[in-house]
Design a protein. Structure first.
Length: 228
């Protein structure tokens, strides 16, 4: 009798357990599918946003860069005025800079000025001029000054960068070698973004880029001024 009752109980309970288990698995799978569908939508939205961003960037006009300037007395004056203007705009002090000479003498009798070495990447007739520059200012302002040089329409190359703490807190001192590129008058070297006479960024020595425009935080709280 007792065995018969146990069989009757199992006959009733087991189907219920199976039904409840199946229902729980069904609900779990449904929720999982909904989660996966939600993740799929988010991924598709992210891909669409990324593709739109890429398309927007590709639609932007290229930066107008001036790779070279004619070698003339005014070129060096414009270069120094640009450094002073950038220093004033970012509130750093232009401590020192060298009155550098071309790394290769500009002379018709100098073969190095007419033809580059086999391993050189400079175009024919382009002469680099290196200048040692030292600036002083807060970290944020010094960083903005470097970004000005990076985004300057005229092409500069920066090497030998050294950043150290200044004796006057919170100022820092940055020294680096800034190389610009010139050509001899009469050399036919192609320039990007038009001729230098039409798009000279050094005329009037006004900064063309602000830190906020190039994605860098502007220096705040600084009371220093650039060199006059």
């Amino acid at each position: 009798m007792g065995r018969l009752n146990l069989n009757n109980v199992l006959a009733v309970v087991l189907p219920l357990v199976v039904v409840l288990g199946s229902a729980w698995l069904t609900v779990f799978q449904v929720r999982r599918m909904r989660d996966l569908e939600s993740q799929r939508r988010q991924v598709e939205q992210s891909i669409a946003i990324t593709q739109n961003s890429i398309a927007s960037l590709e639609a932007l006009p290229p930066l107008n860069r001036i790779p070279t300037e004619p070698f003339a007395p005014k070129e060096q004056v414009d270069f120094l005025n640009t450094l002073r203007a950038y220093a004033d705009a970012t509130r750093v002090k232009l401590v020192n800079w060298t009155n550098a000479t071309p790394l290769a003498p500009i002379s018709p009798s100098n073969p190095a000025a007419d033809s580059q070495e086999p391993g050189s990447t400079l175009p024919r007739g382009v002469i680099p001029i290196g200048s040692a520059v030292v600036i002083s200012g807060t970290y944020a302002n010094a960083r903005d000054f470097l970004y000005y040089l990076l985004r300057s329409p005229r092409l500069f190359s920066m090497t030998d960068l050294r950043w150290s703490r200044s004796e006057q807190y919170p100022n820092t001192t940055v020294s680096f070698t800034l190389t610009r590129y010139v050509t001899r008058p009469g050399d036919n070297v192609p320039a990007a973004g038009g001729s230098s006479a039409e798009r000279n960024p050094l005329i009037e020595a006004r900064p063309l880029y602000r830190p906020a425009e190039i994605g860098t935080p502007s220096g705040t709280g600084s009371t220093g001024r650039g060199a006059p």
